[in-house]
Ligand binder design. Structure first.
Ligand code: NAD
Ligand code: UDP
Ligand code: UDP
Length: 316
């Protein structure tokens, strides 16, 4: 191990964001332990790392205790797309809440720094726009998204209580919509759905009138934000928003995907799912100030890279 090399645990490391994070950390010479139960993750996402002596893979569910020796923990384990997190909602809440307790217990025992992948969903269907970290949110605790939103909110509570009560060094990042290569083709998220539909020449499915907004961050920018936050000193705990503030309607995203793929797909309007947020856009003032971070990849460049990835897997 090099002088600055650390032992780093990444839970959910075989997922979309986790695999990019593992790749980045291994490339910097760290020893990475990737833990995943393969609920939504795939071995294929990290296949290129398996032979690397700095990479280790463990099939494990974070709702069970884990005893390992590490310096840093990135806790990403949790299904992220509505289709997946609503498939087994009880398990989703357990993963967020019990997974957080176990990772915090581990961090406490080995005195590791621990970063929690929280979400813009803690703001629910926001009444404040764009959303700063101080906004307390508008979550329906009983709706179909609650298993995810409330699970992540409870995890944040646990992080701050372990910090105050046990002096655990915590970092909480509130992730806004992120896209890029290795998104699951069937996970139902808007970017993957639209690209796959366009490449297959199928109709693009717009939920509701397509006028709801999101702001999409390319995966490499997101990972840079994680690494910068982990590197901050003890006084920086977050929560801190990381996302791209370039807001657009879902319909505008559909039009971009059609233009960039050259597809002939029509638009098909379908009912809006319950509790679907009307608008969402991060206020990244804090990330700019504390992390000197802002996104660098323009939407059309990021979409082009993502389209190239999906072309590869669809034509395989
Ligand atoms: P993903 O579904 O691709 O990855 C999640 C990974 O966690 C998968 O590999 C899955 O198998 C694993 N996992 C799920 N439950 C587990 C359990 N009980 N034990 C062990 N592993 C488990 O999703 P992603 O987009 O990579 O999201 C990663 C993290 O970022 C999640 O915590 C998610 O809530 C958060 N996040 C993502 C986004 C986004 O836009 N991608 C936005 C907000 C928050
Ligand atoms: N834990 C773990 N790995 C460790 C230490 C703890 O998985 O290295 C789990 C353990 O199962 C426990 C949880 O983390 O249930 C919380 O740990 P803590 O020490 O805070 O609580 P306690 O063990 O006192 O209940
Ligand atoms: N959406 C859509 N068509 C799709 C998939 C999603 O219009 O095929 C919409 C969805 O209703 C939401 C937005 O796109 O308003 C983003 O959805 P996604 O599931 O990607 O993420 P989230 O709702 O969690 O932001």
């Amino acid at each position: 191990m090099g002088l600055n090399s650390k032992r780093i645990l990444v839970t959910g490391g075989a997922g979309f964001l986790g695999s990019h994070l593992c790749e980045r950390l291994v490339s910097e010479g760290h020893d990475v332990l990737c833990v995943d139960n393969y609920f939504t993750g795939r071995r294929g996402n990290i296949a290129h790392l398996i032979d690397n002596p700095h990479f280790e893979l463990l099939r494990h569910d974070v709702t069970f205790p884990l005893y390992v020796e590490v310096d840093e923990i990135y806790n990403l384990a949790c299904p992220a797309s509505p289709v997946h997190y609503q498939f087994d909602p009880v398990q989703t809440t357990k993963t967020s809440v019990i997974g957080a307790v176990n990772m915090l217990g581990l961090a406490k025992r080995v005195r590791a720094k621990v970063l929690q992948a929280s979400t813009s969903e803690v703001y629910g269907d926001p009444e404040v726009h764009p959303q700063p970290e101080s906004y307390r949110g508008n979550v329906n605790p009983l709706g179909p998204r609650a298993c995810y939103d409330e699970g992540k909110r409870a995890a944040e509570t646990l992080f701050f209580d372990y910090h105050r009560q046990h002096k655990v060094r915590v970092k909480v990042v509130r992730i806004f919509n992120t896209y890029g290569p290795r998104m699951h083709p069937n996970d139902g998220r808007v970017v993957s759905n639209f690209i796959v539909q366009a490449l297959r020449g199928e109709p693009i499915t717009l939920y509701g009138d397509g006028m709801q907004t999101r702001a999409f961050c390319f995966v490499t920018d997101m990972i840079e934000g994680f690494v910068r936050l982990m590197a901050t000193d003890e006084s920086v705990t977050g929560p801190i928003n990381i996302g791209n503030p370039h807001e657009m309607t879902v319909k505008e995203l559909a039009e971009r995907v059609i233009r960039l793929t050259g597809a002939r797909s029509d638009l098909r309007y379908l009912p809006l799912p319950q509790d679907d947020p009307t608008q969402r856009c991060p206020d990244i003032t804090l990330a700019r100030k504390v992390l000197n971070w802002e996104p660098t990849v323009a939407i059309d460049d990021g979409l082009a890279q993502t389209i190239a990835y999906f072309r590869g897997i669809i034509e395989e």
